[in-house]
Design a protein around this ligand. Structure first.
Ligand code: GLC
Length: 628
């Protein structure tokens, strides 16, 4: 029987790059250890069952589970960030279940080949474990494979919400899955189906809308796009609906704060989108950092076990957020035994530790041995994890499928992104029909801090966690798009602050907005336009030419005081790499069609102001949008 074991292991261990039959010293040392670990002949024979694709997944799961030690089970519940892996051999010896790239965590050089090589390397160490259980690798591909340089970067969800087109969202997610899976990725921590109620929240742009029904429809479409027709398809990746639940409802829009509302409101606004995601077959759900009425959701067994797994019947895996269980006791700095016990007993199946994984494994093992976490709870978690891995086909195809690498950032993909940009634009004002502009315009002034800045166009979660201004990845800035669409006779003058521009321009375009941010770094209590942009508008107003303002922001900002100097106002949100989607509309090839998926407040003290309140007194109401 041992022969079967070693043949299985050699075949699977040969893994991603070594030739079949070639054993590494890792494999040899593992076989030497088999005697010590007492893998019985009959165990070797049983082991073949879980590797047998003709056996139903449920039986494969039960067979494998029956062979696993407690330590191996807990290893599967452990998700480690790549940056914190002390030794790759720990992937083997601890049987680590999952590895992730956090925001901006990429192999260097940041190329598709290097991503796939990184993935295959980790996978080989996983396949070298006693039972050869492959890892599942996750990354935040939330608007394209955005940790990868050169990937197609799509509008963030706030723009897709304004487009309001579920079929488009599905195509965007599908392309993201194709580009991510071509580098080995198995899992994206997306879609974010938050229902943001307060624009001061730094994650407003990650939400499609303030309206739960719209979020539900677009969230379902995203799950279907990522997961394809079957999780085992080559380009399918596991979706992750996040963050369960109430992330967008915190008081004051404080990230990771406290959502204070009745259970009826909590369900109607914040849980409804998860019903849709589950209907779409979402395979994983991430727990939210916030609290609900003072109870951290990471420790809320009523929400995770009774409601999500029980009442809503979610049978996929529940993953914590980054160090999310640490915060159960209110202190993120460290993960205590109590944190771990409460988080696992609440129903979390996989813990995004993501750093001190040895401490986590040792502590949870002790909790089970002390009877403070039951083996039933552990087995429920591991069943869910293994079921996902079998359904993804990871046991049969553990290595990166590089066949679609050539599609990453391709013209075909960028054209879809350009379409998404067009459809995401919301025309809020167009005095005297300034737009559409003629491509034969004689002289045009372009100003504003965001006119020539791909990093700001993309926003947070792009190349780095927070995103960055400047030329951070391949794409087309709005200035470049303008220069490419106008006639050769047109003179385009760029002046960031709109100063010292010559007379004779027929129109001025000011591209203004926010500097990239993510999560709590984006929490903002005044939402005002930056000084340089405000000056640019002031410098260009009153020169007798129309002023067109394009806003590159992650949310509605307070623009009221500038409105009288603006003839035409367009919300472009965070459009991503394809700036030509904006000039397609400004120069009339397409008419604007976007509608506000968030109420636009007239002043900061109106916030929170949402459609459910009838958007009364808002500058622009929910659903507002002009066209030509
Ligand atoms: C972050 C975010 C979550 C993300 C995770 C992994 O803290 O809250 O949305 O998926 O960590 O990067």
């Amino acid at each position: 029987m041992l022969l079967i074991v070693s043949i299985c292991m050699v075949l699977s261990f040969s893994g991603c790059k070594a030739e079949v039959g070639v054993k590494s010293e890792l494999q040899q040392s593992k076989e030497d250890r088999q005697g010590e670990e007492g893998i019985e002949g009959e165990a070797g024979e049983e082991k073949a069952i879980y590797m047998d694709t003709s056996v139903p997944v449920g039986k494969r799961v039960e067979n494998l589970l029956s062979l696993m030690t407690l330590e191996e089970k807990i290893g599967q519940m452990t998700q480690v960030a790549r940056d914190f892996i002390i030794s790759d051999e720990h992937i083997t010896s601890y049987g680590i279940g999952s590895i992730l790239s956090g925001g901006g965590s990429a192999p260097q050089p940041n190329t598709p080949e290097n991503w796939a090589d990184m993935y295959d390397n980790y996978q080989q160490f996983a396949l070298s474990s006693r039972l050869g259980i492959p890892i599942i690798y996750g990354t935040d591909a939330v608007h394209g494979h955005n940790n990868l340089s050169g990937a197609t970067i799509f509008p963030h969800n706030i723009g897709l919400g304004a487009a309001g087109d579920a079929e488009l969202v599905k195509r965007v997610a599908r392309i993201t899955a194709i580009e991510a899976s071509a580098t080995g990725m198995d899992w994206t921590f997306s879609p974010c189906i938050a229902v943001p109620q307060d624009e001061r929240w730094g994650r407003t742009y990650e939400g499609f809308s303030e309206n739960s029904e719209l979020v539900t429809a677009l969230g379902k479409a995203a799950v279907e796009g990522y997961q394809g027709n079957s999780l085992s398809d080559d380009t399918s990746i596991l979706a992750c609906a996040k963050h369960f639940a109430g992330d967008g409802g915190t008081t004051g829009g404080i990230d990771r704060g406290n959502t204070e509302c009745s259970e009826e409101d909590f369900r109607n606004v914040h849980i409804t989108p998860y019903i849709g995601a589950i209907e779409a077959g979402v395979g994983s759900i991430m727990v939210s950092f916030n609290s609900w009425n003072g109870v951290p959701v990471h420790a809320n067994s009523y929400l995770i076990t009774d409601v999500l797994k029980g009442e809503l019947g979610f049978d996929g895996l529940v993953v914590s957020d980054w160090s999310g269980i640490n915060g159960i006791d209110g202190f993120y700095e460290n993960m205590t035994e109590q944190d771990i016990m409460e988080g696992i007993n609440a129903g979390i199946d996989m813990v995004m530790v993501p750093d001190n994984y040895v401490d986590f494994i040792v502590t949870l093992t002790g909790l089970v041995k002390d009877g403070r976490v039951s083996m039933e709870r552990i087995d429920d978690a591991v069943r869910r994890i293994l079921t996902i891995k079998f359904n993804l086909g990871l046991f049969e195809n553990p290595c990166a499928d590089r066949s679609n690498v050539g599609l990453i950032g391709s013209k075909e993909h960028r054209e879809i992104a350009r379409e998404a940009v067009r459809k995401s634009l919301v025309l809020l004002k167009n005095e005297n029909q300034v737009l559409p502009l003629s491509k034969n315009i004689k002289r045009i002034v372009v100003a504003g801090t965001k006119a020539d800045d791909i990093g700001s166009q993309c926003g947070g979660w792009t190349i780095t966690w927070q995103g960055e201004v400047g030329d951070i990845t391949e794409g087309t800035t709005i200035l470049e798009a303008i220069e490419s669409i106008v006639s050769e006779e047109t003179e385009v003058i760029y002046s960031k602050d709109g100063s010292d521009v010559p007379e004779g321009a027929e129109v001025a375009i000011v591209v203004a907005g926010e500097t990239p941010y993510a999560e709590y770094m984006g929490d903002d209590s005044d939402l005002l336009l930056g000084e340089v942009d405000a000056n640019a508008i002031n410098n260009l107003a009153g020169r007798g030419i129309p002023v067109v303002v394009i806003l590159i922001t992650g949310r509605p900002i307070i623009i009221t005081d500038h409105l009288d100097k603006i003839d035409t106002l367009i919300a472009a949100w965070l459009p991503g790499t394809e700036g030509q989607g904006i000039t397609d509309v400004i120069f009339g090839d397409y008419a604007p069609a976007g509608k506000l998926s968030y109420t636009w407040p007239a002043s900061i003290d109106q916030i929170p102001i949402n459609d459910v309140d009838g958007s009364k007194g808002a500058l622009f109401p929910y659903g507002y949008g002009l066209t030509y």
